[in-house]
Design a protein around this ligand. Structure first.
Ligand code: FEO
Length: 399
């Protein structure tokens, strides 16, 4: 059954949601599924804006065929060639051989890399180029590394619609909803939006800030991303979130405690610390067992909080492996500008603390608190924990 929704005037959504995929990019869990958004602009020339992942290709083709009702497809704009958006291009080319492909030069060469022979029908566009389709004009804006180097976005000057590619996307299947005002985004979606941005695009904060700067010069009525709801009001809310994430600015003055505990003693100390922080009046404290949660969630929370406490057992004379993996993710994604407190545990030859500090010192603008907690097997010294909690609380107040 086709499933098409009108977005505005001549613009339609013809994408689909996927609840079967367990791991996005074969790495990030998506228990709420994901949507692959594709759009069609019906004008004197009909334009398809991106295709979809192979998993939802049959639904997408049915939607496209239903909407066109035998009309010609004149253009296919490819904003981003990652296969979650381009895998179905070959099927569209077979069904609509007259369609011209419009993309950045880099995207066209990457399409060839992925095995799509587009040489005879591809038209390269660059920054500021305009495609007129009749009433509508689409202006192309290059957005390299948001999230791949070939990415561009486009702007419909008539209806003030920004087609933002991966930017402003989120994990989560749409399940009938399409617009941000049809969901309670701040309650039900923001955590997945943060997890999507930080894990997928988080490394490229500077490039995302560039795009946000370019977008700030446009009058935007709606944002059509490639994943998740279309934004048609309250745009500033979501733009502001992206400004925080892309500039590595914490959203929340609070403490994220992440512990790596083998037999529960480090866990016990981490919980006692959380309790002391709350009693110190710290409003936002969250605690995570690094062994019991996928790292993508931890990355997302690290982008959210101003303060992070890393409490790790020593393991094979190093950081507990899952904690090390978390820290390496933070480094890889360029997280910066955070205050970090260190707790280490080791029954003999404790090394986790220094090893964690070494990674943190190789990151940008990370402040490591002087006050630390060293545990030998189990913690029985409340004063140590009090001093640590007070140092964290002071640091929060000072910011
Ligand atoms: Fe949703 Fe970078 O592709």
């Amino acid at each position: 059954m086709y499933n098409v929704r009108k977005v505005y005037n001549d613009l339609y959504w013809i994408g689909a949601s996927d609840h079967r995929l367990a791991l996005f990019e074969n790495i990030h869990p998506i228990p709420r599924g994901v949507s692959y958004n594709s759009y069609v602009l019906m004008d004197e020339k009909n334009v398809l804006l991106d295709t979809v992942d192979w998993s939802v290709c049959p639904q997408f083709l049915e939607n496209l065929s239903h909407l066109l009702e035998g009309k010609t497809l004149d253009y296919i704009i490819v904003h981003h060639v990652e296969p979650d958006h381009m895998a179905s291009l070959g099927e569209v080319m077979l069904r609509y051989p007259e369609a011209q492909i419009v993309a950045s030069a880099k995207a066209i060469s990457m399409m060839q890399q992925f095995g799509f022979d587009v040489s005879a029908k591809a038209q390269a566009v660059k920054e500021g180029d305009v495609l007129s389709t009749g009433k509508h004009s689409l202006t192309f804006v290059m957005a390299p590394m948001v999230h791949w180097p070939e990415v561009m976005v486009s702007y419909d000057t008539l209806d003030k619609t920004l087609f933002s590619a991966d930017a402003f996307g989120t994990f989560g299947a749409l399940d009938g909803k399409l617009f941000n005002d049809e969901v309670n985004f701040d309650r039900d979606w923001i955590d997945d939006a943060r997890r999507y941005y930080t894990n997928i695009v988080g490394k490229y904060g500077a490039q995302t800030m560039n795009l946000l700067k370019k977008a700030s010069g446009l009058e935007i009525a709606r944002i059509c991303p490639l994943h998740g709801p279309i934004w048609r009001n309250d745009l500033e809310y979501f733009i502001d979130k992206h400004k925080h994430w892309a500039s590595y600015t914490p959203e929340v003055q609070g403490v994220m405690i992440v512990y790596a505990s083998i037999y529960g003693h480090t866990e016990s100390a981490a919980q006692a610390l959380a309790s002391k922080l709350v009693q110190n009046g710290v409003k936002d404290v969250s605690v995570y067992d690094v062994s019991n949660i996928d790292v993508s969630y931890l990355v997302s929370e690290a982008f959210k909080y101003s303060h992070i406490v890393l409490a790790s057992s020593t393991y094979n004379a190093d950081i507990f492996p899952k904690m090390k993996d978390f820290l390496e993710h933070l480094k890889m994604l360029n997280l910066q500008n955070r205050t970090v407190g260190i707790m280490e545990n080791g029954s003999w030859a404790s090394t986790a603390g220094n090893a964690m500090k070494k990674i943190l010192e190789s990151m940008k603008d990370m402040t490591i608190l002087d006050t630390e907690v060293k545990i030998m097997s189990s913690l029985n010294d409340e004063e140590k924990l009090d001093n640590f909690a007070d140092a964290i609380t002071q640091s929060l107040k000072a910011q």
